[in-house]
Write a protein that binds this ligand. Structure first.
Ligand SMILES: [Fe+2]
Length: 442
């Protein structure tokens, strides 16, 4: 991380020498201050993404892109360095230093690509820039800026968490790439407005209107998604609450599944679908006419099992009707439907096998089984996590995906799997079960 900071400041020095040679005037300083103000406003009012552990996003890419196209990489890099100094003033110095380094390298790299493809900056003074004739340079400039910045951040995160860089990039940035690149036209609009005769920065302010509109529309969509998430969570909690033997089941299964998904380097979009599927996977059991079967103490009869085995179908149909879910080809419904499939094809409801079962469903299957074994149920005794892992290992290759089971073992070894029986307190009173917690494994 220090290396990126040092490299960045080295490149900033080199860019500054070139800038000094071209002459630095008051008007350039004012314009830089204008973009610095914009960068700070954008950074101080991020959009919070639902779920994702408090992740945020901004429309800063549009401002950075406009700043680069108008003022060039040297001034844009200074704006980036100062804005990070302000925005990250309470963060550790190493984080500030790294981010300042990466933003300089991103601007320098993007500028190098842009100029290499014939691009010019508005402030260079050679007359209005014919952006219409530079489509390739403009696109690749945006791609280079996002690519360098995201790769440097992913590298730092990968070193920190000892994971592969590409895997980390996939998890953290693949989903963000289209959204960021879609902001580039707003930046281009700002640059085009800036060079409109007699308007200058006033036109840039006007061209911010659609960007501000896009930001608030996005925030509205995110808030709506959060409301849906909370509704589904409340619904699944309420449906499970009536039965002390399934209380918190979907919540704990979802937690295990997401840990597994992250361990297996799923993308953020896959993790999102997995989260919804985890919360909804058993929602199909909630048919009123099935209640006596579900609630019946003891092992269900073979006819009752036949009914219960239909719950993935019922659940996937319900998920299919939830229009707000991440619905790429009904992915949540697909995961819900396949969560009881087995690798050897002996599962239900469709008897899918191997890779024919989507990875998210294979993950959910392992998480579901692990939770079921380590929690107290009406028809079997709670097992210690080590015994549950042994059972997963025994069934790896036939019932479970060995890669997912191996990931489960790694999580357990790294003490990243907080195992606690959902019935810890209440079942203790009911059936004498004790709490099984991570600290118990030593
Ligand atoms: Fe299930």
């Amino acid at each position: 991380m220090h290396l990126i900071g040092v490299l960045g400041y080295g490149v900033l020095g080199w860019l500054s020498v070139g800038l000094w040679g071209e002459g630095v005037g008051v008007s350039l300083g004012l314009e830089a201050a204008f973009f610095l103000g914009l960068a700070l406003v954008v950074g101080l009012f991020p959009v919070r993404l639902p779920g994702r552990g408090g992740a945020i996003t901004t429309v800063g890419f549009a401002v950075d892109y406009a700043c680069l196209l108008i003022l060039g990489p040297a001034v844009a890099a200074w704006v980036g360095v100062v804005s990070f100094a302000v925005l990250l003033r309470r963060s550790p110095r190493v984080r500030q230093f790294f981010n300042q380094g990466q933003v300089v390298l991103s601007f320098a790299g993007a500028g190098w690509v842009y100029q290499g493809l014939g691009g010019e900056y508005v402030r260079s003074g050679g007359g209005p820039v014919a952006f219409g004739k530079l489509p390739v340079a403009l696109v690749l400039c945006g791609v280079a800026f996002f690519g360098i910045s995201s790769l440097l951040i992913a590298t730092a995160m990968a070193l920190w968490e000892r994971r592969s860089v590409l895997g980390m990039w996939g998890v953290s940035f693949r989903w963000a790439a289209p959204r960021n690149l879609a902001l580039a036209p707003f930046g281009l609009l700002m640059a085009m407005a800036y060079q409109a005769p007699g308007l200058g920065l006033g036109a840039v302010v006007l061209s911010l209107v659609p960007l501000v509109g896009a930001r608030f529309a996005f925030q509205g969509a995110m808030e709506m998604l959060e409301v849906h998430r909370e509704t589904v969570y409340a619904l699944s909690n309420a449906l499970e609450a009536y039965d002390p033997y399934t209380r918190n089941h979907s919540e704990v299964v979802t937690r295990y599944a997401l840990s597994l998904g992250r361990e297996l380097e799923l993308s953020a979009a896959q993790l999102e679908a997995l989260e919804w599927a985890g919360r909804l996977h058993d929602i199909g059991k909630c048919r009123q006419d099935w209640e006596p079967i579900i609630r019946k103490p003891g092992r269900p009869s073979s006819q009752e099992w036949e009914v219960i085995r239909q719950h993935p179908v019922e659940g996937s149909q319900l998920a299919e009707e939830m229009e707000f879910l991440p619905h790429t080809a009904g992915v949540v419904a697909k995961i819900v439907r396949a969560h009881h499939e087995r690798l050897d094809g002996s599962g239900y409801p469709d008897g899918q096998a191997g890779e024919g079962i989507c990875l998210e469903a294979r993950i959910l299957g392992v998480a579901d089984a692990f939770e079921a074994m380590t929690a107290q149920r009406a028809y079997h005794q709670q097992r210690p996590p080590e015994a549950a892992l042994e059972e997963l290992r025994r069934c790896a290759g036939s019932q479970f995906d060995p890669r997912v089971v191996a990931a489960m073992e790694r999580l357990w070894e790294q003490e990243e799997l907080e195992v606690e029986a959902p019935l810890a307190q209440e079942a203790g009173e009911l059936v004498g079960a004790g709490r099984v917690s991570a600290e118990g494994k030593a």
